[in-house]
Design a protein around this ligand. Structure first.
Ligand SMILES: Nc1ncnc2c1ncn2[C@@H]1O[C@H](COP(=O)(O)OP(=O)(O)OP(=O)(O)O)[C@@H](O)[C@H]1O
Ligand SMILES: [Mg+2]
Length: 254
């Protein structure tokens, strides 16, 4: 569904991504892992038009999208969540989720908010879709709560509901369980598995290795801006390069 070829991104001459070539197959859950600073969020930001890549190609459903604006990429059907929460704290949960029906990502979020009155009045259908998305993440009874008063775990789920409400073709999730406790992580893991079963194509950035090993069809490993391994969870787990670059370092810091 999505293919990167020779993708690089430099910040002031320093490489955050170097010659990355990976594929995200349709209907599967691909996990993107790697140590802090490996370039995972930068990769998502390039795929969603939040950042322009320095060079290389991003093909989505046979269309070149490298350098497209965030708004245009959202309209093509690539939706995302952010590593750091980006909710409108004073708006209700319902309204936050409704903004996912216009556009999301980067600078276009404000446009989404400006279009809310229009959305609210565009009859019940959109509301029903938003309620359905909230229901999937156990949020339906909090529809009228201001998003700002929710517990952290619920805020993460509002982001997920907002990302899926527009029925994206490709869903990019940047650490959706970061900061959640074990029970909440398991619940979100189950919700991601349900999305995968329902046919969603997902690219999941995640540090929680147990979660990744349990739900990913394919694992891609980044280290210092380079792709160092691709394979099933078992293949990647046994790859000496990965053990050294990622798991080894984790054990060393544990
Ligand atoms: N806007 C930016 N300007 C300058 N440098 C940046 C910018 N964004 C990221 N970087 C740098 O690019 C590298 C990759 O960062 P990135 O956030 O993509 O890593 P990550 O794999 O998502 O890490 P984490 O697991 O901590 O979220 C880091 O060295 C980071 O400091
Ligand atoms: Mg990141």
């Amino acid at each position: 569904m999505l293919r990167l070829d020779g993708l690089s991104k430099f910040f002031g001459g320093l490489p955050a991504l170097q010659d990355v070539s990976i594929s995200v197959p349709a209907g599967q859950l691909t996990a993107l892992i790697g140590p802090n600073g490996a370039g995972k969020s930068t990769l998502i930001n390039c795929m969603t038009g939040v950042l322009p890549p320095s060079s290389g190609s991003i093909r989505f459903l046979d269309q070149e999208i490298a350098g497209f604006t965030a708004h245009r990429i959202t309209r093509l059907g690539i939706h995302r969540t952010f590593q750091n929460l980006r909710l409108f704290p004073r708006l209700s949960v319902l309204d936050n989720v409704l903004t996912g029906l216009t556009c999301e990502g980067g600078e276009s979020m404000i446009m989404a908010m400006l279009r809310l009155p229009y959305l609210r009045h565009r009859e019940r259908q959109l509301k029903l879709r938003a309620l359905e998305a909230m229901d999937q993440f156990g949020l339906a009874d909090k529809a009228q709560w201001p998003a700002g008063v929710l517990a952290y775990g619920d805020k993460k789920r509002v982001e997920l509901a907002r990302a899926i409400v527009g029925k994206p073709k490709l869903l990019l999730l940047d650490e959706p369980v970061a900061g959640l406790n074990a029970e909440e992580t398991a619940a979100v893991g189950e919700q991601l598995r349900n999305l995968r079963r329902a046919g969603h194509t997902i690219l999941l950035v995640e540090h929680d290795m147990d979660l990744v090993m349990n739900i990913a069809d394919l694992v891609v490993v980044l280290d210092s801006g380079r792709c160092i391994a691709t394979g099933t969870a078992d293949e990647v787990r046994r790859n000496p390069l990965v053990l050294e670059a990622y798991l080894g370092r984790m054990e060393a810091t544990a």
